[in-house]
Design a protein around this ligand. Structure first.
Ligand code: MRU
Length: 361
């Protein structure tokens, strides 16, 4: 799992690598103008990297947390097994506390703990550590395969001449493969389909401008950057035929939790009669949570809103509301593009079927 370049475009490095027993993360806060790869040496460093969005995007956070747990327990692999297992559980809950909304974080860490529980009881800590690394590598390989599957399921939605709007970055940089929302775009491009992407810049942290626009441009895809408040206007002008976004969590009823601003795009799509699709890896399905109303929405620091990059724009002492995500009700969703097929309403049954298929694959 050491490939240092992304699958999608020359010049776009891999989101993360597990190389020579160490986790290396691409620092996405510095993109696109600075490429910095940082080795992760402790649980605290991984926790900070996730909180600060050095690694971000639901699937990438999941893979980073799985490897991050290996980083966290590596110094304890000479301890007695019961002590090692205690530390493993403590570090998993610590890493899970870094960000609350993307379910992939908890999903990956729970998988790691399950792998430890089902591992043969006669293993010593060093052997159990090796099993954990193998499980993280399996999660990583599955993420790449899931992206390919979403691409294959969604590619026919994109036809020549279309304008496709996307929000935030559900691209290669948000995963370890082709991305989720972008996977159908990369495959359509490879097939020679001539389409245009409109990328919302995604205030406050500009994942659309810094990441999506960059990775699509690097791949040679025709991409236009717009500010978030231009989405209605480009739709009104007839430039958009299709919306595809990613997601951080899809609840049992099909509600979609994604980057702040997604709800507005979905309402606009409904108003203009445009299909609104959500690329949804099985690792992002949360059947344990009935609706989006029960999902904890991360509230981030106020300085992300009171400034633009390093430049202060708002008056000093300004009160701020800064939710990082919103909930799009399932009634606004045309379809969920999963690696096991596109689910349409009613979503509950389809989501159960896909979750089951993922367990069996
Ligand atoms: O705060 P971020 O950058 O982690 O938010 C990312 C998103 O909201 C993405 O759309 C989502 O994680 C899907 S990524 C395939």
């Amino acid at each position: 799992m050491g490939a240092g370049v992304s699958a999608v475009a020359k010049g776009v490095p891999a989101t993360l690598q597990w190389r020579d027993g160490d986790l290396h993360l691409l620092n996405q806060t510095r993109l696109p103008h600075h490429i910095e790869i940082e080795r992760q040496d402790s649980a605290e460093q991984v926790w900070q990297s996730i909180l600060q969005l050095k690694v971000r995007g639901a699937p990438a956070i999941g893979v980073a947390a799985a490897y991050g747990l290996c980083v966290a327990v590596k110094p304890s692999r000479n301890l007695a097994l019961p002590d090692f297992r205690n530390i493993l559980h403590q570090q998993a809950s610590y890493l899970q506390s870094s960000r609350p909304t993307a379910v992939n974080l908890a999903w990956a860490l729970q998988r790691m703990l399950r792998a430890a529980t089902t591992a043969h009881q006669a293993l010593d800590s060093t052997e159990l550590y090796a099993r954990l690394v193998e499980e993280a590598q399996r999660i990583h390989a599955e993420d790449i395969a899931i992206c390919n599957g979403i691409g294959a399921q969604g590619v026919n939605l994109i036809q020549s001449g279309m304008g496709v709007l996307t929000h935030c970055n559900a691209g290669a940089l948000a995963t370890t493969g082709l991305g989720t929302a972008t996977a159908p775009m990369y495959l359509a491009h490879q097939l020679g389909v001539n389409f245009k992407v409109y990328a919302d810049e995604t205030r406050p942290l500009l994942q659309g401008a810094r990441l999506t626009a960059w990775e699509l441009q690097s791949a040679g895809i025709n991409v236009n950057l717009i500010t978030d408040n231009m989405a209605a206007s480009v739709m009104a002008r007839g430039l958009i035929d299709l919306v595809i976004v990613g997601t951080d969590r899809v609840t049992a009823n099909g509600d979609v939790v994604n980057k702040i601003g997604t709800l507005g795009v979905a309402i606009l799509a409904k108003h203009f009669g445009l299909p609104f699709y959500v690329a949804c890896p099985s690792s992002t399905i949360d059947l344990a949570t009935p609706t989006g109303a029960q999902v904890e929405i991360e509230e981030r620091a106020s300085d992300e809103v009171t400034g633009f990059g390093p430049v202060r724009t708002a008056p000093h002492g300004m009160a701020v509301v800064n939710p990082a995500f919103d909930v799009t009700p399932h009634t606004l969703v045309s379809g969920l593009i999963t690696e096991h097929g596109i689910i349409s309403a009613p979503f509950a049954e389809g989501l159960k079927r896909v979750a089951m298929a993922a367990l069996q694959s």
